[in-house]
Write a protein of this length. Structure first.
Length: 413
């Protein structure tokens, strides 16, 4: 009997790994997403304090989690939750009063437990959304999740809500495809009460039957989260909080540009005054493919709109920052892996991974990161390029409903 050579063992190991991946790809992705939540939590708890400007007061590393946590206490204490509270955390709370109340479910827990649960909610919400997507096998869904993995790690390391936002939008779409309108509208409305750009996802409901039901449940959840804080504050105080929130958002828009189309126009061409025009132009381009109403029954068209929505929410968001790009990467992953792609698309995918995810990592020399990547907003470039590519595909794909589509509108599960 011939003895196994080193190459035989290597080939056997490779074959076993390939079989494991093919049969358990989603389970592997799930383990990876739980692992990064645990790792990010441990890093945050062990990192100590940091300062946000030279000579400033030190704050705990997981500052964003503290903002959310204390927003609940400030709410129930009758304070204006949109003011500075330097004794508790750095920066302002910028989400809805309803989200502040909902975060009370985690606020009362010790920080190690609350922080871990918060990071798990962010990572597993996106996992659940991708897992429920129609028209793709488990292996493609796992590739989407792994493509987003490092960007998700960056988001949870900053204890932000971006993973949750991406997950809610994808879940809202996937549940609508399953005609689970109650849960779908819950996801989309809740995303709006976290970040108002979530309202863009209401466009999904143009494609499905039962529009009165969709409208009714959307209105119900909008009113539910609007008045939910009345459990903790008076009606007068709640109205004051909404006025304060609106004032904050309006001032916030005029004060920043972020890693966005507007940011690139200002950094590259010094066109700071074009912010509103750019946003209007982005809205028009986003809506133009809706004119191809005969394609609404085509799942490929709908998945392209899901991808377009996720990317648009960031590249036309004046507050977009590096951890926000988990939303973009989810959109790019769904765009690429939801259908067969050509060589150009593979090049775009690779460039997006390099310029969005890897460009801000420690693998890139600090001089290049600080002297070129960050000052010129390079992270936004491929997000914009791929969004334009998606709109082009929507406008040029075959006009017969269902052509090129993995599944049709009435999907069986």
């Amino acid at each position: 009997m011939r003895a196994f050579t080193h190459f035989d063992i290597m080939n056997l190991t490779k074959a076993n790994l390939l079989r494991t991946w093919q049969s358990q790809s989603l389970q592997i992705a799930l383990i990876a997403y739980v692992a990064i939540a645990v790792i990010a939590t441990a890093q945050g708890l062990l990192a100590g304090t940091k300062v946000y400007f030279p000579g400033g007061r030190p704050y705990i590393d997981y500052n964003n989690f503290r903002i959310f946590k204390f927003s609940f206490y400030h709410l129930i204490q009758g304070k204006d939750i949109y003011q500075w509270f330097p004794g508790d955390h750095w920066d302002l709370y910028k989400y809805s009063p309803g989200f502040a109340l909902c975060f009370g479910l985690l606020s009362w827990l010790p920080d190690p437990i609350g922080l871990l649960l918060w990071n798990l909610i962010n990572s597993l919400c996106l996992f659940a959304g991708v897992r429920l997507l129609p028209g793709m096998d488990d292996k493609k869904k796992a590739w989407i999740l792994l493509f987003c993995l490092l960007e998700m790690l960056l988001s949870v390391q900053n204890t932000q809500s971006n993973g949750l936002m991406a997950g809610l939008i994808v879940l809202g779409f996937a549940l609508a495809e399953r005609r689970s309108y109650v849960l779908s509208t819950l996801c989309i409305v809740f995303s709006f009460y976290i970040k108002i750009y979530g309202a863009l996802a209401f466009i999904f409901y143009l494609w499905y039957p039962g529009k009165w039901k969709l409208a009714g449940w959307s209105i119900f959840w909008m009113l539910f989260f609007a008045v939910l804080p009345l459990l903790a504050v008076s009606g007068h105080q709640l109205l004051f909080l909404y006025e304060s929130w609106l004032h904050l958002l309006l001032n916030d828009r005029s004060a920043s540009i972020g890693l966005s189309v507007m940011g690139l126009l200002e950094k590259w061409f010094h066109l700071a005054s074009a912010k509103n025009l750019v946003t209007i132009g982005g809205v028009v381009l986003f809506l133009v493919p809706l004119l191809r109403w005969r394609l609404y029954p085509d799942l490929t068209f709908r998945l392209l709109y899901l991808s377009s929505t996720l990317i648009w929410m960031v590249i036309f968001n004046h507050k977009a920052e590096s951890p926000t790009y988990i939303i973009v990467m989810a959109g790019i992953g769904i765009w690429y892996f939801s259908r067969e792609r050509d060589r150009l698309d593979r090049v775009l995918l690779i460039l997006s991974f390099l310029l969005i995810t890897m460009s801000v990592s420690d693998l890139v020399p600090a001089g290049i990161r600080n002297g070129f990547i960050r000052p010129y907003g390079i992270k936004a470039v491929m997000a914009i390029v791929i969004w334009v590519r998606i709109v082009y595909e929507q406008l040029t794909m075959p006009g017969t409903a269902g052509s090129g589509s993995p599944e049709r509108a009435d999907i069986r599960y």
